[in-house]
Design a protein around this ligand. Sequence first.
Ligand code: AR6
Length: 367
Amino acid sequence: MPIQIIRNDITKLNCDAIVNAANSSLLGGGGVDGAIHRAAGPELLEACRKLGGCPTGEARITKGYRLPGKYVIHTVGPVWQGGGRGERELLVSCYRESLRLALEYQCETVAFPLISSGVYGYPKDQALKVAVDTIGEFLLEHELFVYLVIFDRASYTIGEKLFADIRSYIDDRYVELHGDTGRSRSPWEETSSLPPLSSAPFLEEPVVPGEFEEASFDRREPLPAACPAKSSPDAAGKERTAFGKSGLDDALAQIDESFSQMLLRKIDEKGMTDAQCYKRANMDRKLFSKIRGNVWYKPKKQTAVAFAITLELSLEETKELLMKAGFALSHSSKFDIIIEYFIENGNYNVFEINEALFAFDQSLLGA
Ligand code: AR6
């Protein structure tokens, strides 16, 4: 199951559990701790008193009281002391222990703040990497939906060099595209052609009724007789012209491999199991079942790209897979150029790509 990075106030999220970056007394404080206690009401403090504190790197659970979610998992992150005092291990332990508690309490959705990255001073970029790596690793083995909640934009900074590299890569591709046509508009003036980041997972594009009437047919089976060519003799004549002698029926009978078929073929060729593939792609099992069960399934572009990345497809293969879902990679979109940048650099880490997409205000890959 996937991890999704969102920008939001954690107290507003309706998850089974939200995680609190507490201190070892568990008696409240500033930052996200203060916000959670304010939103949950005084009963939370009463419940915390009974827990008798919590050592650094461990976690405890209480109810959520007036919060939208059922539980609050309180974990105590390390105070940053330069990195040589076991801070990383303790922070990893905070995420693991919290996730373990969430599973024990049958939570399906959990939201984390960026633990230790505020008052406790853990450098934000490193705190983010620990969070993403640890949660990502845990989710390879367990079924949970995890939100990593970023409160302030500064928390989400990819390395300066990577940012500069991607930016100049985008500039170069843009110049390639717009260089000959008078004034070359900078990509930084445009508004994104993609939807803005949202606090909820993107909805998968449904199969449009009628558009994929043959959805349940295997492509090797003959297509159903209900073709538009039957509507009038005139229309039939036009289609014969467009498709040559054999007509529309024959053309459709030779329809190419679909997105779903190519995806499943590539998974086999790479020697992966379905589960390995959808988990690495940061994808939900249910969504993958839909794709597997419907030969004409039309995914969202982010989903298709996430699979291409997981399967470590070349740029050409990525374009082919996208084309089968009706998409292209163009130099008119920052999202597309960033994807191209990572593929060309042989970096197929979905989480790192998402960090870059986030930094450039683009939609993220995966669920
Ligand atoms: N939603 C999501 N994230 C938030 C919110 C919010 N409402 N408010 C702040 N953050 P911090 P720590 C982010 O200081 O570093 C407390 O006093 C914030 O931007 O809350 O682990 C405790 O009692 C930052 O990125 O926690 C402890 O004494 C992240 O949450 C101490 O602070 C964590 O910042 C714990 O320090």
